[in-house]
Design a protein around this ligand. Structure first.
Ligand SMILES: [Zn+2]
Length: 389
């Protein structure tokens, strides 16, 4: 427990000033009343499908947790093999139950010109995700079940450590496996990158471009990798209209700040702080099914993991928003261009039909970033502070 608290204390500090108060933002005047109305109507559909999909998933896994264990008698694959089969069966059922909701979301996005992806390509993508999930669950069960069969109930601590190690390894290796991006060729933006890296105390970080414009007009950028594998990726939609040079610079500074503030490493640290108690809870709850060494525990374990994930989502999103706010603050300090940050938010809302000011519960459960309205408010707060100095 003490270690968890100490870990949290180590990971919490942020460069965003603690006394920063965000001014109220009138979204209709900042984003345009028509756009706000359209975006609210557009997003409402996703909120409804999200809630229904969660209810369907939990109900399905609850039934599977009660009935699934009975299926072990049919299997002759050995305990771990049977556990993997039960894991894949549970995932497969959950995938099938979620399919109508994912399909409805894709239909809604296409209808609003937010996706140009054809249904065939969409199905292929959905299959790839399922295949990756099958692989992950087999790996996870292999780790947990073999540890539990050797160590009994003491598997949870080494089990959590293995998961954290896998997450760290994956974060480090992912950029080397990436074949979907090309180097950025925009000389002016590259020159800005070198300037910001110097100011942030970063080495040269490769800046790359991912071509998504055939599938969507939505704009995005991200930072990934650890240490020598660190990279920044722009979607090509971010490098064209309606985004100005200044707005692209803000995005660049924001992504580089994720690296200078070690946000990916801290993300792994937070994952560790969730994984340790999570594994302990899993051990305790699956006791009555014989523990994680027996395949009978697997259906219940799926339910427990999904419930833990859902229950910790508000906290995890809060931590993510805290880091995103810090990246915005650093971007303001680097670019000294609050107008561009504000323009960027209007651009995001326009190209992605994002609701600038979503309902509170939606921000709690789905908001990995501060709301667009809050990010505009931060730009204005930075400007006010700088003027008064
Ligand atoms: Zn970010």
């Amino acid at each position: 427990m003490g270690a968890l608290v100490a870990g949290a204390a180590l990971l919490l500090p942020t460069a965003t000033p603690g006394d920063l108060s965000l001014p109220a933002v009138d979204v209709d005047s900042a984003f345009g009343a028509t756009l706000v109305d359209d975006a609210k109507r557009y997003e409402r559909f996703f909120y409804a499908t999200w809630i229904l999909a969660q209810i369907a998933l939990l109900t399905t896994l609850w039934i599977y947790a009660r009935r699934g264990a009975g299926l072990t008698r049919e299997s002759s694959a050995g305990p771990i093999g049977t556990g993997m089969l039960l894991g894949m069966l549970g995932l497969g059922i959950a995938w099938l139950v979620g399919l109508p909701f994912r399909l409805a979301s894709q239909w809604w996005a296409r209808r609003h010109d937010q996706s140009d992806l054809g249904y065939l390509d969409w199905v292929v993508q959905d299959w790839v995700v399922l295949a990756a999930e099958f692989l992950s669950i087999c790996l996870a069960l292999l780790v947990v079940m073999s540890l539990a069969r050797r160590l009994g109930e003491r598997w949870w601590l080494p089990g959590a450590a293995v998961f954290v190690a896998i997450a760290a390894l994956f974060s480090f290796v992912a950029p080397y496996l990436d074949y979907t991006t090309d180097p950025l060729r925009n000389k002016a933006l590259l020159a800005d990158a070198r300037l910001y890296e110097r100011e942030l105390g970063l080495p040269t970080i490769p800046i790359r471009v991912e071509k998504v414009s055939n599938d969507t007009d939505q704009a995005n950028a991200y930072a990934f990798g650890l240490g020598p594998s660190r990279r920044v990726v722009f979607w090509d939609t971010m490098l064209r209209k309606p985004f100005s040079k200044g707005e692209q610079r803000v995005v660049l500074a924001h992504e580089l700040a994720h690296h200078s503030q070690d946000h990916l490493l801290k993300g792994i640290g937070w994952f560790a702080l969730f994984a340790v108690p999570g594994a302990w809870i899993l051990m305790r709850v699956t006791r009555r099914r014989g523990g994680m060494g027996t395949p009978e525990a697997v259906p219940l374990a799926l339910l427990v993991v999904v419930v833990i994930q859902l229950a910790t989502t508000p906290l995890a999103n809060g931590l993510s928003r805290r880091m995103e706010a810090e990246a915005d603050w650093k971007a303001l300090e680097l670019t000294r261009d609050p107008e561009s940050l504000e323009g960027l938010m209007a651009g995001f809302s326009k190209t992605g039909l994002g609701d600038p000011d979503p309902p509170h519960w939606a921000q709690l459960m789905l908001g990995t970033h501060p709301t667009l309205a809050d990010r505009v408010a931060m730009a204005r707060a930075w400007a006010a502070r700088t003027e008064s100095r």
